[in-house]
Design a protein. Structure first.
Length: 163
């Protein structure tokens, strides 16, 4: 199984915000620059994170994004389940699409389901906070300086389009 680029960058957005969580807002342009991707690409990824309550946005010249809840409450499983379209490891996982006569009694299907459950269980045991545990190293690698915190000045918006 391979996670999509969308999932990879959703996790990276959350990591950036977690590393930059000491009262500062993160700007999509800065995040995009840190990871070498376009702002537009990250805006597309940001919307589901906002809708799921993982990220909040603030409008205005000094606006940006921040985690909507503590990084320790956002599991990798939640992010992966939000951003991945399918967990079909084989056609056995797709309802109505299997032509195999062994579909109801196949050891392969059972093994793949067990593997998927183990994968998701492992992701459940990690949070965004775990990924930025070495916060000073993460901040340094992302190019986050030690500037003064930015105080939020406007209420959060409901969508990423506000940025």
């Amino acid at each position: 199984m391979r996670l999509t680029r969308h999932t990879n960058y959703a996790i990276r957005i959350l990591m950036y915000c977690a590393a930059n969580d000491d009262g500062r807002l993160s700007r999509v342009g800065d995040i995009a620059k840190s990871y070498g991707v376009s702002d537009l690409f990250l805006f597309k990824i940001l919307q589901p994170l906002v809708e799921a309550g993982m990220v909040s946005t603030l409008r205005g010249r000094k606006g940006g994004i921040k985690l909507a809840r503590p990084a320790s409450e956002i599991t990798l499983r939640a992010v992966v389940e939000l951003t991945e379209e399918s967990f079909g490891l084989s056609e056995c996982f797709e309802t109505g699409a299997a032509d195999c006569p062994l579909i109801d009694s196949c050891g392969l299907s059972a093994a793949l389901h067990a593997a998927l459950n183990a994968f998701l269980s492992t992701l459940e045991s990690y949070t965004i906070a775990d990924l930025v545990e070495e916060k000073s190293s993460v901040r340094s690698r992302l190019g986050l300086g030690e500037s003064a915190p930015v105080a939020p000045h406007e209420p959060p918006l409901e969508g990423a389009a506000a940025l």
